[in-house]
Design a binder for this molecule. Structure first.
Ligand SMILES: Nc1ncnc2c1ncn2[C@@H]1O[C@H](COP(=O)(O)OP(=O)(O)OP(=O)(O)O)[C@@H](O)[C@H]1O
Length: 372
């Protein structure tokens, strides 16, 4: 699957933009503030309905525009996705002319994975960042089975919390909500445990590839389920201290919504020992390991890979190795860079046709040929 055409209007500084990328590696260069990251962000929004840079959609709309609109065509599926978002209204998404009511449906049509400068947050950020990362993999690898589990789990937590908050629930009502919460938590826990094992295997193999990435083999990753793992979730919920906290706060205190991945280095929190560049490289590797998990499965669509400013903070050896790794996936890639000469010569990392080169200037994209 690859994107053959992108049109963007009123999105940050991009307006009237028409972009025909190549099916494999696309390098996008341009000065600071030219619109490279915005172009990548537009692709991400088209595939997910949300940005990886901001939580709200308003900053995405050009300051003088009322709305942004995005349009993309995918090959060989022939899918055409249109998306519009105004300052006031919710998003309007159309796939092949039919209205789509939830942006989450786009994930199956145009999956995207973004490698960004923030990937060190998988180490330094809070548990929410790691849960989102983990669940991206669970969702994409177990697409058929996991979608309903996520939805039921969210509903079960919400219902249980509103019952706890109202304070007026009978013991039998509380039991019924707890029963559903336990049932669906068990399913989510199983999906995450199985996926974490596969992910770790792929991550280790990826680090075996070269001496440059060998330091990644020392990383220990432990799945922490969201409660004391020596107990069952039911036992954890019935502890007097937990019940007292639930009565006081009206919030379910333990469960998969509190899960985390513990990143360890020689038994210490990895964020206390690894350099920022190392965290960034390993953060990228973890995301690429997710794509390897998908590549092992039959009939899966590999995500389009978006890489914003990969060259920042990486030395040439790490940069070359990351580019080789990314080039080894049979999927479309978009990468931004200030100038093409920041990258090692394509002959060192690209085994396929030459990457395509595009320059962004004042919100417009122009193809160009790289001088030898
Ligand atoms: N809502 C908006 N309306 C208009 N312009 C915006 C809006 N949001 C951001 N911009 C501008 O869009 C331009 C492009 O930003 P972008 O982050 O894409 O640049 P970039 O090419 O990635 O630069 P850098 O190399 O510095 O990261 C910037 O000048 C920014 O100020």
């Amino acid at each position: 699957m690859y994107l053959s055409l992108l049109k963007v209007s009123g999105f940050r500084n991009l307006d009237g933009l028409r972009f025909q990328p190549g099916p494999r590696f696309n390098c996008i260069s341009g000065d600071n503030g030219s619109g490279k990251s915005s172009l990548l962000e537009a692709l991400y929004v088209l595939g997910t309905g949300k940005s990886y840079r901001v939580a709200q959609h308003r900053p995405l709309i050009h300051i003088q525009a009322e709305r942004f609109s995005l349009y993309g065509e995918l090959q060989p599926s022939g899918y055409a996705i249109g998306m519009e978002r105004s300052r006031q209204s919710d998003s309007h998404i159309v796939v092949n002319g039919d209205r789509v009511h939830s942006a989450s449906q786009l994930a199956a049509i145009m999956p995207v994975q973004a490698l960004t400068l923030d990937d060190f947050q998988l180490f330094e950020g809070g548990p929410r960042v790691r849960r989102r990362f983990l669940d991206w993999g669970v969702f994409h690898v177990e697409q058929q089975g996991s979608g309903p589990v996520f939805r039921r789990f969210e509903r079960a937590v919400k219902q249980r919390n509103s019952g706890l908050k109202s304070g007026k629930i009978s013991a039998s009502e509380r039991q019924a909500w707890t029963h559903e919460f336990l049932r669906v938590s068990g399913q989510l826990h199983e999906l995450r445990t199985a996926y974490t094992e596969t992910l770790l295997k792929e991550f280790r193999q990826l680090c075996e590839r070269s001496d440059t990435l060998a330091f990644g083999r020392e990383l220990g990753i432990q799945y922490s389920p969201g409660w004391d793992s020596r107990l069952t979730l039911e036992e954890a919920l019935s502890r007097p201290g937990i019940q007292e906290r639930e009565r006081r706060t009206g919030i379910t205190q333990v469960g998969p919504h509190r899960a985390d991945l513990r990143m360890l280095w020689e038994g210490m929190p990895a964020r206390d020992v690894l350099s920022r560049g190392q965290m960034k490289v390993l953060g990228h590797c973890l995301k690429l390991a997710q794509i390897r998990c998908l590549a092992q499965r039959e009939n899966t669509t590999l995500p389009i890979i978006l890489m914003d400013d990969l060259a920042a903070e990486l030395d040439q050896a790490h940069l070359t190795e990351m580019l080789r790794l990314i080039d080894s996936f049979d999927t479309q890639v978009f990468m931004t860079v200030l100038a093409a000469d920041q990258l090692p010569a394509p002959g060192l990392w690209s085994a396929h046709d030459d990457p395509r080169w595009f320059a962004v200037e004042a919100g417009r994209v122009h193809p160009y040929r790289l001088q030898e």
